[in-house]
Design a protein around this ligand. Structure first.
Ligand code: SF4
Ligand code: SF4
Length: 226
């Protein structure tokens, strides 16, 4: 039921779950904040390598689906870095070999997130992979207006998942997590907007005549004049 709600929500407003609800997303943002406060270096992954590594999420998703199918249980749950961190098993000692694997996964994710913004979300999260596919069809997306945008690229800098809203043509990439940092940063009014991809029939909004019908009326009117 939760999964269905998440899917419907993503189809409506995009992947806001990762930007606003996911606790591990918040932890990664906190780690980025710590890095900035301590003036630690940020690793910038070259664009080509970044594009390649992003497929890692789909590889993890494929493994999780395959293993869950063959073992008839949610296979990833044993290594989930969220459960490892908040389950507090690490406080009370190792219970199994799975625990140590889970601890290594958690350590890798924390170390990665300390040097790269949203490291887990960008390259490894299977849920993020699934939601980014659903986001392709989402009703609401951030849109860039080519004629209004000045190509200053200021909006690219705050993006935690390394998308380039300044290159959106016109919709931002489906990897967007809806944090709205780019919209807040853009200095040009109307260059980046959030809206539905199709006109919604909102109450009180005057209806514009469809072009072919308008033409039809015009033709009829001209006919009467003759
Ligand atoms: S900064 Fe903009 S493009 Fe990047 S994740 Fe946030 S809303 Fe999406
Ligand atoms: S900050 Fe605004 S004006 Fe500048 S590149 Fe981004 S969308 Fe265009």
């Amino acid at each position: 039921m939760l999964g269905l709600g998440l899917l419907v929500g993503t189809l409506l407003v995009g992947n806001a779950f990762c930007g606003w609800i996911c606790p591990f997303g918040a932890i990664q943002d906190a780690l980025s904040w710590v890095r900035r406060r301590l003036h630690l270096p940020t690793v910038t992954v070259p664009a080509r390598l970044d594009a390649l590594l992003r497929w890692g999420r789909f590889a993890v998703l494929g493994v999780v689906v395959f293993m869950s199918y063959t073992t008839a249980r949610l296979w990833f749950a044993g290594y989930d870095r969220y459960v490892t961190l908040f389950g507090l098993h690490w406080l009370f000692g190792a219970e199994s070999a799975d625990f140590w694997i889970a601890l290594v996964v958690l350590a890798l994710v924390v170390a990665g997130s300390l040097v790269i913004d949203r490291f887990w979300c960008r390259y490894l999260c299977p849920l993020g992979a699934a939601l980014s596919v659903a986001s392709v069809f989402s009703l609401v997306r951030i849109r860039r207006s080519g004629p209004t945008c000045t190509d200053c690229t200021l909006c690219d800098k705050p993006c935690p998942v390394g998308i380039q809203p300044s290159k959106a043509a016109p919709l931002v990439a489906a990897d967007c997590i809806g944090c709205m940092d780019c919209v807040a940063t853009c200095p040009v009014r109307g260059a980046l907007t959030v809206g539905a991809r199709v006109p919604l029939p909102l109450p009180g909004r005057p209806k514009e005549p469809e072009p072919d019908r308008a033409e039809g009326r015009q033709t009829g009117h001209e006919g009467k004049r003759k």
